[in-house]
Design a binder for this molecule. Sequence first.
Ligand code: UP5
Ligand code: MG
Length: 199
Amino acid sequence: LLMMNPQVVFVLGGPGAGKGTQCSKIVEGFNYTHLSAGDLLRAERAREGSEYGMLIDNYIKEGQIVPVKITINLLRKAMEETMQKDEKKYRFLIDGFPRNEDNLQGWNTVMEGNADVKFVLFFDCSIEVCINRCLERGKSSGRTDDNRESLEKRIQTYLKSTQPIIEQYKKLGKVRTVDASRTVDQVFADVKAILDKEG
Ligand code: UP5
Ligand code: MG
């Protein structure tokens, strides 16, 4: 049986950089399925009978990165289910992952050879803009981590753990950077150009 390996674009950037917003726009115009690791974790947290609900809840509030064993299983399952339903849906935007060394190792252990990472789409945004966007969203999002205290921690985790992952991919020439501090449409114009070129 010849099934395509999933083709993956990792979507990274600080909290509130606009990863989710831009991924939603991408799927309207390109043949990609959007998988947000954070959304999958929040859904698992809410799932009745989940043995990880409390753990995920704590990690998210504390702005810490959930052990990869949990995240990678959610991602793998979501990819498998998508491809089982429609084998032409083998292109994925994986949003908000990998965020640290543990994530990257977990990905390599489980997915290396079973998925092709095409590139990293990096939404480059100042910390100040990131914080303001999340605080603004926090007025109505209901997210437990859109408050100043959690945000401080999310930012620290991003700087300490996620930026080095982006740097690693930069050294491999695999990062496509977009200035994400502009309007949604301006950012998307650049995103579109990248995807038109890279497929
Ligand atoms: N907005 C968006 N673009 C804008 C623009 N160009 N101009 C003005 N406003 C813009 O956008 C954020 C807000 O800004 C929205 O109100 C939007 O309208 C506005 P959004 O598109 O949601 O940004 P995004 O980058 O997706 O922000 P998000 O808060 O989702 O990023 P995080 O990376 O912090 O959150 P995520 O959900 O990925 O992770 C949450 C937590 O889950 C992590 O802190 C961690 O604890 C855990 N997690 C893991 O442990 N492992 C994982 O692999 C993933 C997550
Ligand atoms: Mg998001």
